[in-house]
Design a protein around this ligand. Sequence first.
Ligand code: ADP
Length: 484
Amino acid sequence: MHIIFVASEAAPLAKTGGLADVVGSLPGEMIKMGHEVRVIMPYYRRQIDGRSIPIRHLADMRVWMDGAERLVPLHEAEINGLSFLLVEQDELYDRPHLYGPPGGEFPDNPLRFGLLCRATLAAAIDVIGPVDVFHCHDWQAGLLPLLLNEQYRHFPALAKTATVLTIHNLAYQGVFGADWIGRLGLPSHFFHPDGIEFHGYINCMKAGILAADGITTVSPHYAEEILTPEYGCQLEGFLASQAHKLSGIVNGLDTSQWDPITDKALAAPFQAGKMAGKAACKAILQQRLKLEADANAPLLAVISRLAEQKGVDLLTNNISGWMDAGHQLAVLGTGAPYFEKALHELADKYAGRFAFHAGFDESLARQIYAGSDMFLMPSRFEPCGLGQLIAMRYGSIPVVRATGGLYDTVADYGASPSAATGFSFESATPEALAACVASATDIFVNKKPTWKRLQGRAMRRDSSWHASATRYAELYEELARASV
Ligand code: ADP
């Protein structure tokens, strides 16, 4: 099949979170299965140029949008056999951030990602030829299925194309003023509560849910959760009306990219059963982060966007308690300024035991996964989460809230010690997190052989894309058959 992934970010070209990892790695697995897959995304010149990746100009397209016809050049970068199509529009995409300044959004985001959708359709018509499936990711690609169905079906290249929308995070829906209907050229007769309207605004995720042939989300548990008021972000009722096309497929990892045996960012390689390198990574991490050199102190880690979703307040409430108990903590993250400020203050107070690095740093992230003993994800909600999958591969035992993909991927010690790969807790409170870290610490400190077995199981867990890519391929085939 000929499949195009439509997304606002993809590793290794531009990444702010797990979406980029998924879009950058799932296609590789599909290609191994014999499918032809491309990724199309904005050409973020500032993030992409200067990495010595050869970029080839493919064509100049014309896209009508916001009252004007725009010249939209299309480029291609090939990385590890995967073709990334880059939509050039410097005025919209050549900026210091992908979505907006920290904690904010660019006001023209509907235009930026509306253009991505129309440029994708134009690319299929003018440049690439017939497409079997558009796999759209999150609200930024949400308008594509609707535009396709309403305005582009008469083009032979798109007459039979099926669409899948994957919801990576329902909390971000792309909600904008109704004036965008005209500016983006959306079919205005869909502006009603059973269509793309959302309390007087347009909602790009809702447009995708309405018009896509299939909807997936990134874990089975999250697929159930989003049908409830607690997790549905006010779309639970609408999603329920479309539940017949909803399924949950858990994310995988590119296991060749995340492997402590070959990871070039690490000072020493290690693997299950040969863990001397991990002890060396811990010592070097303590040195780099100016933590006290102490092989026995339980070293907790967090690598995360600093957003409410991630339960940062549950962490900050516990830091003094962990410091008193002799733990060390390393936090790498960027996001809401008030969280950054609170973490900086605590790091000053507990210098030598708590290190906070504000920013996005892939190589430091790898060193923290490798050098830490436990990896904390106290998320209020977590559609899938990749941090816990990476942590398990690097022998850092996840301590997570039992929600969404964390529930699906971390086998809790409390439920079955002999099958466990981590620890989980239910309620989103500082006390529940503290109790869970205390249980994990008890085993880390007092039951070394049990900890080793737990670590071995976590490291050997199959987090590859294989099983999930097979499920996506089955879904594509089913939808493509239905659309013939
Ligand atoms: P989300 O997509 O909600 O941010 P995920 O757990 O799905 O969360 O994915 C987060 C990804 O981003 C992981 O690969 C993680 O290692 C990475 N990451 C998050 N914050 C940082 C950071 N500050 N520096 C480096 N990598 C980060």
